[in-house]
Design a binder for this molecule. Structure first.
Ligand code: ADP
Length: 402
């Protein structure tokens, strides 16, 4: 082999080696790039999964955090695995395990679910602050227990008020109904034997029937008012007052009570003329019924910048200070006998309060025993521009009438 061939072979070898090296280098670079790419993709996939998981956790936290109900998840050892904020609020802290779950009735209920795998609901009272709580516990798989706690204090109070109301209403209706029955029986018995006694029992019958229908009418008004006010219309309260004063004139005269009204011009409110009449009627009627002959009842309407006040003042028997906070309750009477004798139902002031509140206003009473009482109703005034044509503006009135 000559030198030239050796050099050419060597060169070819070197070239081949170079190409091989380049190929190898190229191959390993591709492998690295491929590995880098799949690492990047894996990373991106992981990031996506983490973001989705974060998003889901965020939604879960939002839902569980904004729930009114307390949620508690206990694991198979009955240790706390999760609790939301509402649970802290309801229980006054977060139990680390079922052993710290109070009231004790709740603990027993949860242990019962863990052993029996049957859902259970139990209500119990916790103190400081006094609240009634309802716990529902259900098996959540693998020995875990899911607990939901809600505050049922208000629902229980409304229930109790309803029960009391039904009991009181039934009691109030039972008395005149029994009197009507007794009077009717006596009437038929005396009709033949003692005709002279008939008018007396007939009058009793009429009186009790009237009382019964008054109670029913007030109950119907109250139930209508409790379900909210009527659609608002512009109402001239001063005109409503004057209409009611005319209506009350006869009974004031019969009672020997001087009835007068003062208005300082149109008193415009937005609401229901019918309900406002009811409010005025009840206050004026009460004032007359609780004032002795020779006494005085004054009704004032006054419009200020943004509110209208109605004041009914009497020089009557008055109300003891300790009774004042309760007189707006349904069927509450200071003097039961007087209320009955004068045709009261015990619902008048409750109706007044509902009408005032339905109109966005309020009612307050001040009184001095033996001197008289004053009831002040405050209602938001309605701007005259909004209410160009007041619906109860049949007759505007100013000055004083008797
Ligand atoms: P009633 O039909 O018995 O008058 P209300 O709900 O209207 O029922 O009033 C509740 C109680 O408040 C009355 O029974 C009475 O004892 C007391 N009361 C209301 N208004 C007056 C008043 N103007 N003067 C004295 N007592 C009043």
């Amino acid at each position: 082999m000559d030198l030239g061939s050796v050099v050419v072979g060597l060169m070819a070898l070197v070239a081949a080696a170079g190409i091989g090296a380049a190929v190898v280098a190229h191959r390993s670079r591709s492998a690295i790039v491929g590995a880098q790419r799949s690492a990047r993709e894996a990373r991106a996939d992981l990031d996506r999964r983490e973001a989705t998981a974060r998003e889901q956790r965020g939604v879960q936290d939002l839902i569980l955090g904004s729930m009114q109900e307390g949620v508690l998840l206990l694991d198979a050892e009955l240790d706390t695995a999760f609790a939301n904020e509402a649970l802290d609020r309801h229980l006054g802290g977060r139990p680390a395990s079922v052993a710290q779950l109070l009231p004790l009735d709740f603990q027993e209920a949860v242990r019962g679910v863990a052993t029996s795998s049957t859902p259970v609901t139990v209500e119990a009272e916790r103190h400081a602050p006094d609240r009634w709580l309802r716990l529902t516990a259900a098996p959540a798989g693998d020995g875990a227990v899911l607990v939901v706690v809600s505050d049922v204090t208000d629902a229980r109070r409304i229930d109790a008020v309803r029960r009391d109301f039904v009991t009181n209403a039934s009691h109030e209706l039972k008395t005149p109904a029994a009197s009507i029955q007794a009077a009717a029986e006596t009437l038929s018995a005396v009709a033949e034997d003692d005709p002279a006694a008939v008018p007396r029992f007939a009058a009793q019958l009429e009186r009790e029937a009237l009382r019964l229908s008054r109670i029913v009418a007030d109950l119907l008004d109250l139930s209508r008012l409790e379900s909210g006010g009527e659609v608002g219309e512009p109402v001239r309260l001063d005109v409503v007052v004057r209409e009611e004063m005319e209506r009350a004139d006869d009974s004031a005269k019969r009672a020997g009570v001087d009835l007068s009204v003062r208005t300082n011009g149109p008193a415009l409110v937005r609401g229901s003329a019918r309900d406002l009449s009811l409010l005025v009627r009840n206050l004026v009627d009460n004032a007359i019924r609780h004032t002795e002959a020779g006494g005085r009842v004054t009704v004032d309407t006054n419009e200020q910048v943004d509110q209208v006040t109605l004041t009914v003042t009497d020089t009557g028997v008055g109300i003891p200070a300790r009774e004042l906070p309760r007189i707006f309750e349904r069927f509450y009477r200071v003097d039961r006998a007087r209320s009955r004798e004068t045709g009261g139902t015990g619902l008048g002031l409750s109706i007044v309060r509902h009408v005032a509140e339905n109109h966005g206003g309020s009612v307050a009473a001040t009184s001095e025993l033996g001197t008289g009482s004053s009831f002040v109703v405050t209602l938001p005034a309605s701007a005259p521009s909004e209410d160009a044509a007041p619906s109860s503006g049949r007759r505007a009135g100013e000055g004083t009438v008797n």
